[in-house]
Ligand binder design. Structure first.
Ligand code: NAD
Length: 503
């Protein structure tokens, strides 16, 4: 019997009545395992209405009470890590330990949000003028929406809702239709943690559901993570309808490898950051810009056997069997798109050192596997440099010095993350000053900031002024109100006067 992924509205997991639906696949086997119905306009409306109704009392709860529910949620998350990681791996394809890593990074935002009584204290100035005090309070916005991508079906929603809820907002999540199930388990765990009904809702769907969230006047703010074209659309449409929007887009992250870099450590860093999660990470390092031909030759010589030896297969294996290095990509269509990019790279003159096309895994012949792919002598004229491939493809760009390398990196349309590999403090410091990217790693390949900092790129990797989580998260999900107070001269404090009043 077909299993349908439900919605979660007003505290209840309910199958949608929609006639429009999409298959959900296990990317390792290519099997259809579930279907997800694309919610009707009435169902999206019901989710917004439930959140709108719940806002009245949720926003009045003390921050400490809201934090206590998040503490319960954190404990439940930890208790369900194994179940959640298996669910992520089954629908997304990433290896089990990577799914646990994703959950851990999401959990850290929950932990950050439990500090909300402190984070939402506001500001106070005594005696800002004679007899005048000023204080600022950060009030919740109301109903806020989250629209999230397939590549982190648990972590990216958890970049958003823990802080939004902690601040006193209510939430409608529209997860990716490609791996929608984990969002429902998160909703159920929030309810088990004591979250009142209607405070957190999930509507499954596609553009039709998103468009309602972008235009409904009850939605006050929209957080989006996904590809750049959609991020721009979300930003423009949401803003045109008076909403606060943060929209994070695609990426093409470069590493600059200096002649003094530690070669074995750099090679290992590149392998993990380019091929982990089959390259389907917005912080994947997909371009290595190497200074000097001698170093480039050495790094490539080290990389080739390791890329060929990547263990590729199912993300979930029987107990006792050693894990693979990477799993499949998300869909047959995405596999075809990545393979087409590889063909473009060859046609445009790059040197294909390792070809990951037509990769099959014994016992998983219908899975969407792409082998690790390595290109040398990639140049900015090539589409494999210009576009985000979002697959296990690492491109090497050869440059003569730091200045030429920086020029290549900064000429790219994206500016999410970037890293330098060097032993030289001066080069590293200068790199962190010069590079046009929002997150910088110094000998760190995937510099995803911890929950108490903020995550966000530059240029076409973000639309909107505020990053996600950390202090920007609290700012995004609250409205500042500044209250200036002067009390009249007190008749309680002063003595009665019996003389005829004069000024
Ligand atoms: P996507 O843009 O296809 O989808 C993201 C969300 O938008 C999904 O919920 C989807 O249903 C919805 N959507 C898709 N088309 C839409 C449309 N026409 N109108 C309205 N909504 C629409 O992205 P994806 O393929 O799920 O995720 C991969 C992309 O996300 C990559 O580009 C990756 O770099 C990016 N990403 C960025 C970050 C970051 O922090 N910058 C993090 C993770 C992923």
């Amino acid at each position: 019997m077909t299993q349908f992924v439900p919605n979660f509205i007003n505290g209840v997991a309910l199958e949608s009545q929609s006639q429009r639906m999409l298959p959900v696949f296990n990317p390792a086997t290519g099997e259809e395992i579930k279907k997800v119905k694309l919610s009707t306009a009435d169902e999206v409306d019901a989710a917004i209405a439930a959140a709108d109704q719940a806002f009245k009392s949720w926003s009045q709860q003390s921050p400490l009470r809201r934090a206590r529910i998040l503490f319960n949620f954190k404990t439940l998350l930890e208790a369900h890590f194994d179940e959640l990681a298996r669910l992520i791996s089954t629908e997304h394809g990433k290896i089990y330990s990577d799914a646990v890593g994703e959950l851990t990074r999401g959990l850290e935002v929950v932990e950050f949000a439990t500090g909300i009584p402190h984070l939402q204290k506001g500001e106070f100035s005594a005696n800002a003028g004679r007899g005048i005090d000023i204080h600022s309070i950060q009030q919740p916005l109301g109903v806020v929406a989250g629209i999230t991508p397939f590549n982190f079906p648990a972590m990216v929603p958890m970049w958003m809702f823990p802080i939004a809820l902690a601040c006193g907002n209510t939430f409608v999540l529209k997860p990716s239709e490609k791996d929608p199930s984990v969002s429902i388990r998160l909703a159920e765990l929030l309810k088990e943690a004591g979250l009142p009904d209607g405070v957190f809702n999930v509507v499954q769907g596609d553009k039709a559901a998103v468009d309602i969230l972008l235009t409904d006047p009850r939605i006050q703010a929209v957080s989006f993570v996904g590809s750049t074209a959609i991020a721009q659309y979300i930003y423009e449409t949401g803003s045109a309808h008076g909403k606060r929007v943060q929209a994070l887009g695609g990426a093409k992250n470069h590493a600059l490898i200096m002649p003094d870099a530690d070669i074995p450590a750099t090679v290992n860093a590149l392998l993990g950051a380019a091929f982990g999660a089959a390259g389907e990470r917005c912080m994947a390092l997909s371009v290595a810009v190497i200074v000097g031909d001698e170093l480039a030759d050495k790094i490539i010589e080290n990389l080739i056997p390791k890329v060929k030896a990547l263990k590729i297969g199912s993300g979930l294996l029987p107990e006792g069997v050693a894990e693979n290095d990477m799993g499949p990509v998300i869909s047959q269509a995405h596999k075809a798109k990545i393979e087409d990019y590889i063909a473009q790279g060859v046609a445009q003159g790059a040197t294909l050192c390792v070809d990951g096309r037509n990769y099959t895994v014994a016992g998983f012949e219908n899975g969407y596997f792409v082998g690790g792919t390595l290109f040398d002598r990639v140049t900015p004229e090539m589409t494999i440099w210009q576009d985000e491939i979002f697959g296990p493809v690492l491109s090497i760009v050869r440059v003569k010095d730091y200045t030429e390398g920086m020029a290549v990196i900064n000429s790219h349309q994206y500016g999410n993350g970037s890293a330098i590999f060097t032993r030289d403090g001066d080069a590293a410091r200068q790199f962190s000053q010069d590079v046009q990217a929002g997150m910088v790693g110094i000998n760190i390949p995937i510099p995803v900031p911890m929950a108490f900092h903020c995550f966000g790129g530059w240029k076409a990797s973000i639309f909107g002024p505020l990053n996600v989580y950390g202090s920007d998260g609290v700012r995004f999900y609250t409205r500042m109100k500044t209250i200036t107070t002067r009390w009249p001269d007190s008749t309680v404090r002063t003595q009665a006067a019996f003389n005829f009043p004069t000024l």
